[in-house]
Design a protein around this ligand. Structure first.
Ligand SMILES: [Zn+2]
Length: 167
């Protein structure tokens, strides 16, 4: 994705208040974000561990989504079990995947309607599919699919998730 500024980031959230978007904490290393390697920017709030965010680009429109951890990362399942991220299909040991919920935008969200997904707990899907970040399992569960196909799979799943939040 292209490089975005802090102002752009804070003004693109669709499912939290303007005040919340203004106050949220940026990734610690925001200035060094490897934009070229990202399909979306995803991060956990460095000061509020049950919160995470993602910002994605569709055409030239940015969409930011605030997420809440529905299960405490690493505690929901035993260490020996594995889980799959529904965006990038990366296999992690128990703590590497977390159930996250996004409040839907608009009236549905006000009524408490949320959409849940099991995602890489660090939201680094883009880096896992490009081999720039390794899970604790290493390559053991790599499905052998070419990187371009993995990238487009992330894109497809991400777009579907964004659509379900906006619906
Ligand atoms: Zn993932």
């Amino acid at each position: 994705m292209r490089t975005i500024t802090e102002d752009e980031l804070r003004s693109c959230f669709v499912n939290c208040s303007k005040g919340d978007a203004k106050r949220l904490n940026l990734p610690k290393d925001f200035a060094e974000t490897p934009w070229d390697d990202l399909d979306f920017l995803g991060w956990r709030d460095p000061k509020a561990p049950d919160r995470a965010y993602l910002v994605t680009e569709t055409g030239d429109r940015l969409t930011g989504i605030a997420l809440r951890f529905a299960s405490a990362p690493g505690k929901a399942r035993g260490f020996n079990s594995t889980s799959l991220c529904s965006f990038c299909h990366t296999v992690h040991t128990g703590g590497g995947v977390a159930l996250m919920g996004a409040r839907r935008s608009g009236e549905a969200g006000k009524q408490g309607n949320t959409v849940g997904q099991y995602l890489c707990a660090d939201l680094a899907c883009s880096l896992y599919v490009r081999g720039k970040k390794q899970t604790l399992l290493g390559d053991a569960h790599d499905d052998g699919i070419p990187v371009e196909d993995k990238v487009s799979r992330v894109r497809t799943n991400l777009d579907a998730f964004v659509a379900s939040v906006l619906a």
